[in-house]
Design a protein around this ligand. Structure first.
Ligand code: IMP
Ligand code: MG
Length: 192
């Protein structure tokens, strides 16, 4: 069992147990995420002022980021969600992607900002960009909390980016490993 390398506030006992049992390393502590999310929200509020903006969160991973983000956005926005199924191993997506849950809101002539937790190979967002463009929005851009460029297979344009992360399996702040760890208030990685 490995203790965390440096101190971070354990928000609850569960987080502590997860951390200790899985050799969790903190990558981005909570205050740093908060500062970055606020800065991105400020930028979005400025860039989309006076425009019809729909934020589309990709389920499930992006829900924590999206919920913090929208509470720092100061312009009127609409919120929707989309869910995709990607086939492959649980720690990587394949190129085969299907829509599990489509958006409900009409987006014709509106500006779409896709909110994603992490971009790895790029398959998911490459597919979603094309899928959402078919709905005839005025624009479609990407806001990704994390960018893991080391394994990128398809180039995707990122308009708003939180952090670039190394080639590790990242969990916490919405990101999961086998559906666990989404509730961690910080971003970490599991020691291989
Ligand atoms: P890709 O860009 O098509 O490879 O897929 C991105 C999706 O894979 C994200 O939405 C995540 O669900 C998942 N993913 C990729 N890397 C990680 C990671 O390090 N931790 C957790 N999920 C990941
Ligand atoms: Mg995801």
């Amino acid at each position: 069992m490995r203790l965390p390398a440096f101190g971070h506030p354990f928000e609850n006992a569960e987080a502590l147990i997860y951390t200790l049992s899985k050799s969790m390393k903190t990558l981005i502590p909570k205050p740093k995420i908060e500062r970055r999310v606020k800065a991105i929200a400020r930028k979005i509020s400025k860039d989309y002022k006076g425009k019809d903006l729909v934020l589309i969160g990709i389920l499930k991973g992006a829900f924590v980021f999206l919920s913090d983000l929208i509470r720092n956005v100061t312009i009127p926005v609409e919120i929707d969600f989309i869910q995709v199924a990607s086939y492959g191993a649980s720690t990587a997506s394949s190129g085969v992607i299907k829509i599990k849950k489509d958006i409900d809101l009409p987006v014709v002539n509106k500006h779409i900002l896709i909110v994603e937790d992490i971009i790895d190979y790029g398959y998911t967002l490459d597919y979603l960009l094309r899928f959402l463009k078919h709905k005839k929005p005025r624009s479609v851009k990407i806001c990704a909390l994390l960018d893991k460029p080391s394994r990128r297979k398809v180039k995707v344009p990122i308009a708003y980016k939180g952090f670039t992360v190394p080639d590790r399996f990242i969990v916490g702040y919405g990101l999961d490993y086998n559906e666990k760890y989404r509730n961690l208030p910080y971003i970490g990685y599991l020691q291989k």
